[in-house]
Design a protein around this ligand. Structure first.
Ligand SMILES: [Zn+2]
Length: 246
């Protein structure tokens, strides 16, 4: 869920409770979902420090390049989501330039996959990761085109005062039009309220990425439909407290 406190709690939630159980390395979908919560390089570096402690934090140029690879993946993911043809030619052109290798040492004690692209600069972990994510995503696209699972997106909404209208790309507006609450309350173009950006692969019965996202959406929906709702809830809480104290 993108409205979380900067660094995702999703990864923590993914971790099995048994410490002996292996933790699944992050894939293209996880990282796309994480990226949705990065407003700037600072958010990214905080996230990177958590998932890859001990590795040098990539610099801003490396970060920007990585982001443009993620933009490409996101754009193709949108095509699939809306039932349009993904740009297979452009994807193939990228695939043709990627060679992969297993590098356990480079990613030890991190949540990064150990299957990485070979990069000109061995130290550029993001370039190596981007190549691997494109290959993983291409596998998903290839399966999808053969009738495999597509993508679903969380139907949650959250408030984020740090966003501006420029974050609402045309495709984002299209995603927003699917949320009845935003349409009803004329919030389609309001940058202060966002649709959660989390994707799931496959047909999921769940409409929300997490319980927290579902709860937040419920609160917002209630508040928009009954503007006095939160004030009333607080008033009731205070009265109850006074009663129990008195
Ligand atoms: Zn969500």
């Amino acid at each position: 869920m993108a409205g979380r406190a900067k660094v995702s709690t999703k990864n923590a939630a993914d971790k099995p409770s048994d410490p002996k159980e292996p933790v699944r390395p992050l894939d293209w979908r996880d990282i796309l979902n994480e990226e949705a919560a990065w407003h700037d390089y600072g958010d990214f570096s905080e996230w990177f420090r958590q998932i890859a402690p001990g590795l040098n934090i990539p610099n801003t140029t490396q970060f920007e390049q990585f982001r443009s690879s993620l933009d490409f993946i996101r754009e193709q993911a949108s095509c699939i989501y809306f039932g349009l043809e993904p740009a297979t030619g452009a994807l193939n052109a990228k695939l043709n330039l990627i060679s992969l290798e297993i590098d356990l040492a480079a990613t030890a004690e991190t949540r990064l996959p150990s299957l990485l692209a070979v990069a000109k600069n061995d130290d550029d972990i993001l370039e190596r990761l981007a190549g691997a994510l494109i290959v993983g995503f291409a596998q998903f696209v290839a399966d999808y085109q053969k009738g495999g699972p597509g993508l679903c997106r969380c139907e949650g909404v959250f408030r984020d005062a740090r966003l501006s209208e420029e974050h609402l790309s045309e495709s984002e507006k299209r995603y927003r039009r699917e949320i009845a609450l935003l349409e009803e309350k004329r919030l389609l173009e309001d940058p202060l309220i966002q649709r959660c950006a989390d994707f799931f692969v496959g047909r999921s019965k769940a409409r929300f990425c997490s319980d927290a996202c579902r709860f937040m959406t419920f609160q917002i929906s209630k508040q928009l439909k009954e503007p006095g709702y939160l004030a009333e809830k607080q008033r009731r809480y205070r009265t109850k407290r006074k009663d129990s104290l008195g």
